[in-house]
Design a protein. Structure first.
Length: 171
């Protein structure tokens, strides 16, 4: 009996294969606990996390690991030295979505597909110059309903976006 219960809990702890094949891309993130929180969301949803350098912290930062708890070591993380090289490595047909307060379209207009790449800017200046202009038409805004709020927290936005994508693609 004890063995049966043990294997039951073991099964619960096993990663569940996720068919969405989503990718979260953090471009030059600055704040370690935001990246730790995003890593936790990624692990929970079977999403790959791409970190485009330069980062504002060391990858073994205390705050990053604290926010990611003991999950961080299980997150599928890819580090990229350079944004341009990373963009060239993304399959040409892969759907790309950029999230910014400057977006002219709403998150609720996104039609996510399996294998989508979801891009987020950094906590200080958003995206590097030119990137949003080059991707005009693929820049989306998470609606904010009070003008006093300049932007949402990076990890909160990533969470909302990933779960909206999963809602559309099916659990
Ligand atoms: C704290 S915000 C950066 C604010 C920065 N001053 C700017 O102009 O983008 C960090 C990132 O979170 C995302 N973000 C924050 N609020 C958002 C919103 N309402 N809609 C879409 N993305 C948002 C964007 O990717 C942004 O680059």
């Amino acid at each position: 009996m004890a063995e049966t219960i043990g294997s039951f809990y073991q099964t619960l702890l096993m990663p569940t294969p996720m068919p969405h094949n989503l990718n979260v891309v953090l471009v030059e993130p600055r704040i370690p606990h935001n990246t730790g929180s995003v890593g936790r969301i990624c692990l929970a949803t079977g999403t790959a996390l791409h970190l485009v350098e330069p980062l504002g912290f060391e990858i073994n930062d205390y705050h990053l690991r604290r926010a990611g708890l003991d999950y961080w070591e299980h997150v599928t993380v890819f580090r990229h030295k350079d944004l341009r090289a990373f963009l060239e490595s993304v399959p040409a047909h892969a759907p790309k979505f950029f999230f910014s307060t400057k977006g002219t379209r709403s998150l609720f207009d996104c039609r996510f597909e399996k294998g989508s790449y979801l891009f987020f800017g950094n906590e200080v200046k958003g995206f590097p110059d030119g990137l949003l202009e080059e991707n005009a038409g693929r820049v989306f805004r998470v609606p904010q309903y009070d003008a006093r709020v300049r932007s949402l927290n990076l990890a909160n936005v990533a969470s909302v976006v990933v779960y909206e994508a999963i809602r559309q693609l099916g659990p």
